[in-house]
Design a protein. Structure first.
Length: 283
């Protein structure tokens, strides 16, 4: 489906970011050499190969993510979806290839990757909230510790973000007092607190009951509509169809098909994609 045109960056409510250390051992370095990415490209993975113990699980994968796009990655278990996401986030060393984020080199075969810090937000199937911290404290922690934002300011922002994900009533609750869906929304607010320019979701609803799945997907739709650039690994076909601009189908460590969501889902060009979709739809 067509949504309002994207491309308007969400207003940066960024508290002043302390300058980052530079150099090869530092984190993401905005001054690193520019890449061949077209303007408007947020993330560019080229020739990504990742092997574990000499077994290659990603083979020469290329993926370009333009600003404001929502990309759904589908594929069977073991296809390499999580590995791809971690490589794109600069969390995995590469055997071949490069990842550029916002035009600067994030990761390159042969050197240690430089994680982008909060500029790439990640949300996993497991929420991993700190159990001894309230929702607001979970959300304000990283801005305080990693960015030096003052407690009062970080707390106010955390409350705003929690309200944005529908948790205004739960800001002072501990994780054990929250449902899985609420905890996952806290995890999303926590990622947003670092003002990411890209959000990566790895099966964010796989651990949730259907009623909670819906509320998490609704938050993701809102984020997408606000102009956030999103890459999401999901098995939620409705979300892929209605919430994503583009679908990437992966199998055996390769991208098999990559195109507009509607095309890939309703008229897949490849037999492998068709088989996967038939199987998922018959479940
Ligand atoms: N840390 C690891 N060590 C060894 N093998 C791994 C590791 N992580 C993933 N793999 C293997 O890589 C392949 C792709 O895994 P993964 O990226 O998790 O797939 P998906 O997310 O599509 O299910 C699988 O065969 C998996 O067993
Ligand atoms: Mg996975």
């Amino acid at each position: 489906m067509n949504r309002a045109p994207r491309g308007t960056p969400a207003p940066a409510a960024t508290p002043s970011r302390p300058s980052r250390p530079s150099g090869p051992s530092g984190p993401f370095d905005p001054a690193a050499p520019a890449t061949t990415a077209r303007p408007g490209t947020v993330l560019l993975g080229q020739g990504l190969t990742r092997a574990y113990h000499d077994r290659s699980v990603l083979h020469q994968v290329d993926l370009t993510v333009p600003h404001g796009q929502t990309v759904a990655i589908l594929g069977p278990s073991g296809a390499g979806k999580s590995t791809l996401l971690r490589c794109l986030a600069g969390l995995e060393p590469l055997q071949e290839g490069t990842v550029a984020f916002q035009g600067a080199l994030l990761s390159k075969a042969g050197s240690a990757p430089r994680p982008a810090g909060g500029r790439i937000g990640m949300v996993f199937q497991q929420f991993n909230l700190f159990p001894h911290l309230t929702a607001a404290q979970n959300v304000s922690l990283a801005p305080r510790k990693a960015r030096g934002v003052r407690t009062a300011q970080a707390d106010a922002r955390a409350r705003d973000l929690l309200a944005r994900v529908g948790l205004a009533e739960h800001v002072d609750h501990y994780p054990y007092e929250l449902s899985g869906g609420q905890q996952q929304r806290v995890a999303i607010a926590r990622a947003l607190a670092m003002d990411p320019e890209l959000m990566l979701f790895d099966e964010p609803t796989s651990a949730l009951d259907p009623e909670f799945t819906r509320e998490v997907l609704a938050v993701m739709r809102d984020l997408a509509d606000s102009g956030m650039t999103i890459v999401v690994v999901t098995h939620e076909m409705d979300f892929a169809r209605r919430g994503a601009d583009r679908v990437v189908f992966m199998a055996d460590g390769r991208i098999v098909e990559d195109g507009p969501a509607e095309d890939v889902l309703t008229a897949p060009a490849k037999e492998r994609t068709r088989r996967f979709l038939d199987q998922i739809l018959s479940e």
